[in-house]
Design a protein around this ligand. Structure first.
Ligand code: ADP
Ligand code: MG
Length: 138
């Protein structure tokens, strides 16, 4: 089990001014922030990041959304980081997200759902490396 995961505060949450509150919640949950920056992805960068979803019905909508404005990318450290971060995020569909989760509080729809989190240790390593250089990780 790795202690590192990758997160994104998505464009909807940054646009709504919720990124500070979400970072507060991340720190309060006991994560150490190892990397953090504000980026505005091109459509091509978003397509590359979400390549695993290429061909799905929501893919165009997803990459349009993810390249629509700035987002915050994060490398997060905690014991069992992948599960801990997904637990804090809540279900993909905010209508199904548990009370106290970030998606319950900040997401508006299954597409515009405020945060991203890696789904495995393997993907966490790939996703951290997609957005951060070695110099940008402490
Ligand atoms: P998660 O982000 O919880 O890991 P997925 O990996 O299944 O969820 O999907 C990636 C992202 O694609 C979701 O966070 C959401 O932004 C978008 N998405 C997933 N399913 C749908 C859907 N049915 N309609 C629109 N957007 C979707
Ligand atoms: Mg996923």
């Amino acid at each position: 089990m790795s202690n590192l995961t990758f997160g994104i505060i998505k464009p909807d949450a940054v646009k709504a001014g919720n990124h500070g509150k979400i970072i507060d919640r991340i720190l309060a949950a006991g994560f150490k922030i190892r990397g953090l920056k504000l980026i505005h992805q091109t459509r091509e960068e978003a397509e590359g990041f979400y390549a695993v979803h290429a061909g799905k019905g929501f893919f165009d909508e997803l990459v349009d959304f993810m390249s629509s404005g700035p987002c915050v990318v994060l490398a997060l450290e905690k014991d069992g980081a992948v599960k801990a971060w997904r637990d804090l995020m809540g279900a993909t569909n905010p209508a199904e997200a548990a009370e106290g989760t970030l998606r319950k509080e900040f997401a508006s729809s299954i597409g515009e759902n405020a945060v991203h989190g890696s789904d495995s240790d393997e993907n966490a390593a790939i996703e951290v490396a997609y957005f951060f250089s070695k110099l940008e990780l402490v």
